[in-house]
Design a protein around this ligand. Structure first.
Ligand code: COS
Length: 385
């Protein structure tokens, strides 16, 4: 019943993703990190090869991969640079709520036109005063006739400067809390969208992250995804899937850190032999590998669950905080193994360690994810068999 072997098609897909990462992403990863470069040419190529909209069904212009396949490809693409990998994969989170809650017509219209271009989408939930407590957002959607007039701002929006499609959350009535929130699909060319500050970050430097302002942005009933007040649930359901994606991303970063460490352990000679012959270094490599195996097994399990149509709120949260804490430890240990040369700017593991930190913060801090998992466990979730 349990079988980790891949079909011929899946193997081909994974090889293609690995070749793409090695051929297109690896050569520019350090430079794009230094310069915070928007990886436009890479996104165009990824689009041509079908890596931009991997899990979006074919009728809406995506590649129609299963969740499991999408997460495997995500690990492979993020191996060489997670910032570029996430610019490629942002539609997974950003179009999630529209895919889950939209009508057939809306999916054809909004997702269908998004997939024609390489500019993808962005997920506009977080606000300066509404981060972990996403339900207290201040961006409002005021109803006038059958139109909605949206005013407010969002922060830390990945791909916010470039996305063709915005998945935007706004409240119709703050007194209703999470039940007042609506989800809107908003094409970029709608009047009333302004890009604010472009963030300068510790890691994930090729990831475009900006502030967005909405000034009398007007949309109609066609743009409302689900019913009025269903937006918060749709956001949480998209995040359930996004959090598994983070686990796959972290597995890619962690595997790269381990591979760099192994190479160093084999070639760096001290006390007359490669440092990998010393037990202290071997123990570190073994711990790193164990955490990677577990992270991979977790995202594979949750991917499988999603493909079976099972809810994964608890398991997604568990996978997210486990894999992100794991990658933080693994990349820190990789810098330790590389020593002084790993700590210097331009070293691969130095970048990986800076990149790892954000994963413990975004798509729900690890404290929030432990809380989500704790609630689920108390409710009897996370029993696979
Ligand atoms: N799937 C479906 N429905 C969900 C859900 C999920 N994963 N999570 C919550 N809901 C529903 C609840 O069932 C509840 O429904 P009812 O109104 O019918 O009772 C509603 O949503 C509100 O849920 P809850 O009461 O749990 O909301 P809280 O305000 O307590 O917040 C947390 C819940 C903290 C878990 C949520 O705000 C969260 O995940 N915050 C982090 C946000 C985040 O990840 N930000 C990063 C943005 S992208 S970088």
């Amino acid at each position: 019943m349990i079988d980790f072997s891949l079909s011929e098609n899946q193997k081909r897909l994974l090889d293609l993703a690995r070749d793409f990462a090695a051929g297109e992403i690896k050569p520019v990863a350090i430079e794009f990190d230094r310069e915070s470069t928007y990886p436009e040419a890479i996104l165009k190529k990824a689009h041509e090869l079908g890596f931009l909209y991997t899990n979006i069904p074919k009728p809406y212009g995506g590649s129609g991969m299963t969740y499991l396949e999408h997460y495997l490809v995500t690990e492979a693409l993020n191996y060489e640079c997670c910032a570029i990998g996430q610019m490629i994969g942002i539609a997974h989170l950003a179009s999630g709520a529209i895919l889950l809650g939209g009508t057939e017509e809306q999916k054809k219209k909004f997702i269908g036109s998004m997939t024609e271009s390489y500019r993808s989408a962005c997920f506009c939930l977080t606000e300066p005063e509404a981060g972990s407590d996403a339900g207290v957002m201040q961006t409002t959607a005021e109803k006038k006739g059958d139109r909605y007039i949206i005013n407010g701002s969002k922060c830390y929006i990945t791909n916010g400067q470039y996305a063709d499609l915005l998945c935007l959350f706004a409240t119709m009535d703050r007194s209703l809390g999470t039940r007042g929130i609506c989800c809107f699909a908003v094409p970029r060319n709608t009047r009333g969208i302004r890009v604010g500050r472009i963030e300068d970050k510790m890691g994930h430097r090729a990831l475009n992250v900006v502030e967005l302002f909405f000034e009398n942005l007007e949309v109609g009933p066609d743009n409302l995804i689900g019913k009025e007040g269903e937006g918060f649930k749709l956001a949480m359901m998209a995040l359930d899937r996004g959090r598994v994606n983070i686990a796959a991303i972290c597995t890619g970063i962690a595997q790269k850190a381990l591979d760099e460490s192994i190479q160093r352990a084999k070639t760096r000679v001290q006390f007359g032999q490669p440092i990998g012959n010393h037990q202290g270094v071997q123990f570190m490599l073994a711990d790193m590998n164990a955490l990677i195996m577990a992270s991979r097994a977790m995202y594979l399990q949750v991917g499988w669950m999603l493909d079976q149509g099972l809810r994964c709120t608890t398991e997604g949260a568990l996978a997210k905080f486990f894999a992100t804490d794991a990658v933080m430890k693994i990349t820190t240990d990789a810098v330790q193994i590389l020593g002084g040369s790993g700590y210097m700017r331009g070293a691969v593991v130095e970048k990986l360690m800076r990149d790892a930190k954000l994963t413990q913060i975004f798509e729900g801090t690890n404290q929030i994810n432990r809380m989500v998992a704790g609630r689920g466990i108390m409710g009897g979730a996370s029993k696979l068999f």
